[in-house]
Design a protein around this ligand. Structure first.
Ligand SMILES: [Fe+2]
Ligand SMILES: [Fe+2]
Length: 167
């Protein structure tokens, strides 16, 4: 599954690279719109598991963590909106349909294989950090983007920790 995750990421990145060449903030906005979906999906599944009686400290810790991550991703999304990343209808149309699909993919994936669902999101977070670091080569003074890049690194590390927690 890890190989499939890598393949899925590579194909998605190639598509985004083509669609968003030279349009940094539109690209970042789409990424941030999608970035929240896995965390919402993880929380949904954890709630369901709790309702079925599988309550425990690990569940509670993961829910707290994923909730904090959704809020943090929302802050990133709002920053991209301040930079007009959602200015065009076509970008909003693309991202909002993609996010619907991606949410449900993550719900099913996390329900049946949480370790690999985390692995996919960890890879995506590392990709997001890499995307922001490439932008910082163009504009090294952009402190906000630098802080967002650090957040993405933090998310990737938290997901790696989450894998260890449930293994
Ligand atoms: Fe983000
Ligand atoms: Fe993130």
């Amino acid at each position: 599954m890890k190989l499939l995750n890598t393949l899925f990421l590579s194909v998605s990145v190639a598509i985004l690279d083509t669609l968003y060449e030279g349009r940094h903030f539109q690209r970042f906005w789409v990424l941030e719109e999608i970035a929240r979906a896995p965390y919402f999906a993880f929380i949904s599944v954890l709630h369901l598991r709790e309702s079925l009686g599988l309550r425990g400290q690990v569940h509670i810790d993961l829910m707290k963590e994923h909730f904090a991550q959704t809020l943090n991703e929302t802050e990133h999304l709002e920053e991209m909106e301040r930079r007009e990343g959602n200015k065009y209808w076509i970008d909003r149309f693309f991202a909002r349909h993609l996010v619907l699909f991606y949410y449900w993919v993550n719900v099913i994936y996390y329900l049946v294989d949480p370790i690999n669902a985390y692995d996919l999101s960890e890879k995506i977070e590392w990709h997001a950090a890499d995307t922001y670091s490439k932008y910082l080569e163009i504009d090294p003074q952009d402190e906000k983007i630098s802080a967002i890049m650090q957040d993405e690194i933090h998310h990737a590390q938290e997901l790696s920790q989450a894998i260890r927690l449930i293994t």
